[in-house]
Design a protein around this ligand. Structure first.
Ligand SMILES: Nc1ncnc2c1ncn2[C@@H]1O[C@H](COP(=O)(O)OP(=O)(O)OP(=O)(O)O)[C@@H](O)[C@H]1O
Length: 218
């Protein structure tokens, strides 16, 4: 099992609410599998992705990645996780404005010591970014920026790609094209995909579809 979320509870420290956002959430994801998580706005989907990417801690339960428990990891180990086995694509793309397309694609992989210029050249082609390598993010369309963000994550050669509404700000046609590409890349690389979406259409494209409700996953 690549990812094993066991009975995870998470409450944010807010004065007027003690109801946990996650209240015994469980899910498993196998290597190379694709999974969609849907649920009402505010149900805790992004929270769960943040916990799985070790960007935030949980109150009880455990999250295992390849059998390794995440809660005992130090901050340094958690950061290393996000430069290696786990990669993220969020709606806020966080491309680096002062770096070109090519530099953005290589940046995280280089930090993680996993930069491979041949792989990056291949990604530029697969992502339809040929000819745009030396542009800066502000000189790209939304769909092109999204493809750079996906390429940057794939360049890490992660075992698990976490995506939070990765096509949320794109029109339907562009969104479909970007999703096709992402599925193609993860399936080709044997990478598992855990995708949060509001779109039943997108959820139906994944191997499995789970729903988060009242802090639990069904
Ligand atoms: N840092 C925080 N501090 C306090 N409360 C928070 C924090 N982050 C999220 N919440 C609350 O936790 C709940 C779950 O938020 P989350 O963003 O995980 O939901 P979501 O299902 O991803 O929603 P959406 O579909 O609207 O993006 C919401 O009620 C939100 O207000």
């Amino acid at each position: 099992m690549l990812l094993d979320v066991q009975n995870v509870t998470k409450t944010y420290p807010v004065a007027d609410s003690t109801r946990p956002v996650l209240d015994g959430a469980c899910l498993t994801l196998g290597a190379g599998e694709t999974l969609a998580l849907t649920g009402e706005s505010g149900s805790g989907k992004s929270t769960l992705l943040h916990l799985v990417s070790a960007l935030d801690g949980f109150d009880s339960g455990e999250i295992l990645l390849d059998g390794m428990a995440m809660s005992p990891l130090s901050d340094v180990q958690k950061a290393a996780l996000r430069r290696g086995p786990v990669a993220l694509v969020f709606q806020q793309l966080n491309l680096i404005p002062s770096l070109t397309v090519l530099q953005n694609l290589a940046f995280h992989a280089r930090l993680g010591g996993r930069e491979d210029p041949r792989q990056i050249a291949g990604l530029v082609d697969r992502l339809g970014l040929a000819g745009l390598e030396n542009r800066y993010p502000e000189q790209l369309s939304g769909g092109q920026q999204q493809r750079v963000a996906i390429g940057r994550a794939i360049a890490l050669r992660p075992r698990l790609l976490l995506a939070d509404e990765p096509t949320g700000n794109l029109d339907e046609t562009t969104s479909d094209a970007v999703l096709d590409l992402m599925l193609d890349l993860v399936r080709g690389a044997g990478t598992a995909l855990f995708l949060v979406t509001h779109s039943p259409r997108i959820a139906a494209r994944m191997d499995r579809h789970l729903v988060l409700k009242n802090g639990r996953i069904t």
